[in-house]
Design a protein. Structure first.
Length: 382
């Protein structure tokens, strides 16, 4: 093995200032987290009712520029609820990408719908508008009912879910135009991109609704939590209703008017989120600074460090670079992890998993190319 892996480990240790184990991304609590958590405990409102839930929703809405935000227990539940409110039914098709975290596809299957996989781009790591256009041109048609149908499968193509992988925005405007032309509901999976902007607009603001995650490994965390953002009041009201077990308001009766879900975020978690939101701008700045350090170090070493795409400002949630091939990737992963520096490959592509291997898919050459070469490197706050 050449000296590169050893040099990489040394550089990472120098940046993080430790010889101990370095994780890929760890939560940081540098604000008023303890104060807000204690306040919540003292109030006794630790479950899904409490002032911090509303405050957290308002803070996320204000930061992203959305009119409404609805907090859920995690990002997967947020996407499941978003798909339901968008009208995704059993037997429908939902276009997404194979290079994504499994929760994206799982949420689609929770609805009884079928994922359809289009390719990603090497520049953005997210959904390729060209691959999406190829799929639409080949399979999609608008029928007399105004819906988009798949000519081959005879299923309704109800929604499209692009993922902003590792915090890097996709070319969302081009995806949005294609979806609008074919009456396909656009739902952004912005689970990893809080603090990322495309053409000056926060990710998640381009679709009719989008989701975010506040899992322990995200840029800010509520322990476990998610959010749906939208500019449409009817959608927001519907989301809040079905995520609160579809219970109708009444002084004492328990009346539910549809199948709902117990998906609302507890006040305890929301208190943590409020404190984290207060320091988010600083976190984004520090993560972008780390990315710049990585970029400078990688320059001239023969490896491509993934920079933010054109017209974008990325939160650099997880930094990554490209190796020459899968053999080199695996050797590097083995060396770094055995030396207590956590690195990871991209997710195993969804179309290769047994649950999704029979789903309709386009040519996924970029997905395979990236999966064989990409390495994620420590990206926590320093």
């Amino acid at each position: 093995m050449n000296s590169f892996p050893k040099e990489l480990v040394a550089f990472i240790r120098d940046q993080f200032g430790t010889n101990d184990y370095i994780p890929l991304h760890a939560p940081h609590f540098e604000g008023r987290e303890k104060e807000y958590l204690l306040d919540t405990i003292n109030s006794t409102f630790v479950s899904t009712v409490g002032e911090y839930v509303t405050k957290f929703e308002e803070m996320v809405a204000r930061y992203t520029g959305a009119k409404y935000a609805i907090a859920t227990v995690n990002g997967t539940s947020a996407l499941h609820a978003a798909l339901i409110v968008a009208g995704v039914h059993s037997g429908d098709e939902v276009i997404t990408q194979s290079m994504t975290f499994v929760a994206t596809c799982n949420a689609i299957k929770y609805c009884g719908a079928n994922p359809v996989f289009v390719d990603v781009e090497r520049t953005t790591l997210g959904m390729s508008p060209d691959s999406l256009a190829d799929f639409i041109n080949r399979y999609a048609e608008i029928r007399d009912d105004g819906l988009c149908w798949n000519k081959k499968t005879q299923r309704i193509i109800r929604s499209c879910v692009p993922m902003h992988n590792f915090g890097h925005p996709v070319r969302i405007n081009e995806i949005k135009k294609l979806c609008n032309c074919y009456n396909i509901k656009l739902i952004e999976d912005a689970a990893e991109s809080l603090g990322s902007f495309y053409e000056g607009v926060h990710t998640g603001r381009f679709g009719s609704l989008s989701i975010m995650s506040f899992n322990g490994n995200k840029i800010i965390t509520t322990g476990g939590g998610g959010m749906v953002i939208t500019d449409k009041k009817a959608i927001a009201d519907g989301l809040k209703h079905i995520t609160t077990t579809a219970k109708k308001k009444h002084p004492w009766l328990y009346v539910h008017d549809e199948i709902g879900f117990n998906y609302r975020l507890p006040n305890l978690n929301a208190a943590l989120g409020c404190a984290q939101m207060e320091v988010l701008p600083d976190y984004v700045e520090r993560k972008r600074d780390l990315a710049n350090r990585y970029a400078e170090w990688f320059s001239g070493r023969g490896y491509e460090f993934i920079r933010e795409p054109k017209n974008s400002q990325s939160n650099y949630w997880i930094n990554a670079f490209i190796t020459s091939n899968q053999y080199e990737r695996d050797k590097l992963l083995k060396y770094t992890n055995s030396n207590k520096v956590m690195t990871r490959p991209a997710w195993t592509p969804m179309h290769t998993l047994k649950m999704y291997k029979n789903c309709l898919k386009m040519d996924l050459s970029n997905t395979q190319w990236i999966e064989e070469r990409l390495v994620n490197i420590p990206s926590g706050l320093i």
